[in-house]
Ligand binder design. Structure first.
Ligand SMILES: Nc1nc2c(ncn2[C@@H]2O[C@H](COP(=O)(O)OP(=O)(O)O)[C@@H](O)[C@H]2O)c(=O)[nH]1
Ligand SMILES: [Mg+2]
Length: 306
């Protein structure tokens, strides 16, 4: 994760501090240095709009500044990068603690997971059930994906491995009815959380969009979580806009961050999403779901404390 970005940032910090150590930085000079940096960012899959955000934020701090003769320009430039990137990453923070919220809420707490095909919905539900259990919370997984062949079996297999209850439905049966069954099961059996899986849908698919809308209407979830794949960059941002306008999105889980070796794709999604990110998926194991934490990302990108 963020391997390529780390190299790009480190080079940019080097170049800018060299210039700053000899003279005050004019906007033209900043642009000249940034131009090269801009290319490398784009090569690392950072979206153009996000490059511009970073550029503006850095220019605001650096242009017109001069470093005192005895202070270190590289320390200064690094601190400017840290602040700028931190501000942008903080946009993705979820203001709360989901586990604590679930603990104090009326049970069952209901979460609907949505997203396009293959982003990692089913896998993430299994990881989340595992996380809940590690926090002393029980859950039931509910396969409201009655559409894709094998979807029921995939979730059921996870439920067996994890030793948690599973509620499913027949192929092509009404997803909203299955979701409702899951919530009723949770109420009757005093299960803390119902985790509802839905069929993957492209935003262009009107029928499937109506279906997820119906699921939401019927179970009235506490949380509508959109799953996005870190590798899909700008497309993930449009998916989020679309789902939000159609059914509403409370928070996002960004999967496959481990597979985004360069890091620019994940970074772009985080910085331009306009939705809180609660967790990052960082692998295929049950414990590969980590809270979104700007500090951790910042440390990796800027090689802080190492
Ligand atoms: N490397 C990696 N792979 C993931 C992650 N999350 C899901 N996957 C993989 O992505 C593929 C699709 O996942 P699945 O849960 O079936 O997606 P769904 O169609 O949205 O339900 C599977 O091969 C998963 O193992 C992740 O965080 N990292
Ligand atoms: Mg699935």
């Amino acid at each position: 994760m963020f391997r390529k970005l780390k190299q790009v940032f480190s080079e940019a910090i080097g170049k800018l501090s060299e210039t700053l150590s000899t003279k005050e930085l004019s906007y033209d000079e900043f642009e000249k240095v940034f131009h090269e940096f801009e290319m490398s960012l784009i090569e690392a899959d950072v979206a153009y709009d996000v490059v511009q955000l970073i550029k503006k934020s850095l220019a605001d701090e650096l242009v017109g500044n001069r470093i005192g003769r005895f202070s270190s320009s590289s320390e200064y430039v690094k601190s400017v990068f840290t602040k700028s990137l931190k501000d942008l990453l903080n946009r993705g923070i979820y203001a709360g603690d989901l586990i604590a919220e679930i603990k104090s809420a009326v049970k069952p707490y209901v979460i609907v997971f949505m997203g396009v095909n293959g982003v990692g919905k089913t896998t993430t539900i299994a990881k989340f059930a595992y996380l809940l259990r590690s926090n002393g919370l029980s859950s039931v997984v509910v396969a409201s994906d009655t559409f894709r062949a094998g979807a029921q079996e995939q979730l059921e297999l996870h439920s067996k491995r994890l030793g948690i209850p599973f509620i499913g439905g027949k192929y092509r049966s009404d997803p909203a009815a299955v979701a409702k069954d899951g919530v009723i099961y949770a109420s009757k059996n005093r299960v803390d959380v119902a985790l509802i899986d839905t069929a993957g849908r492209m935003h262009t698919d009107v029928d499937l969009m109506n279906e997820v809308r119906k699921v939401i209407k019927v179970v009235k979830p506490n949380m509508r979580i959109l799953i996005l794949d870190a590798l899909t960059g700008n497309d993930a941002v449009s998916q989020a806009t679309w789902f939000d306008s159609q059914v509403g999105v409370d928070a996002v889980i960004l999967t496959k961050a481990d597979a985004d070796v360069k890091g620019g794709s994940a970074l772009s999604i985080i910085m331009s999403l306009g939705k809180p990110i609660i967790y990052l998926g960082v692998g295929q194991n049950y414990d590969d779901l980590i809270p979104y934490n700007p500090e951790v990302i910042l440390k990796r990108m800027l090689d802080l404390n190492t």
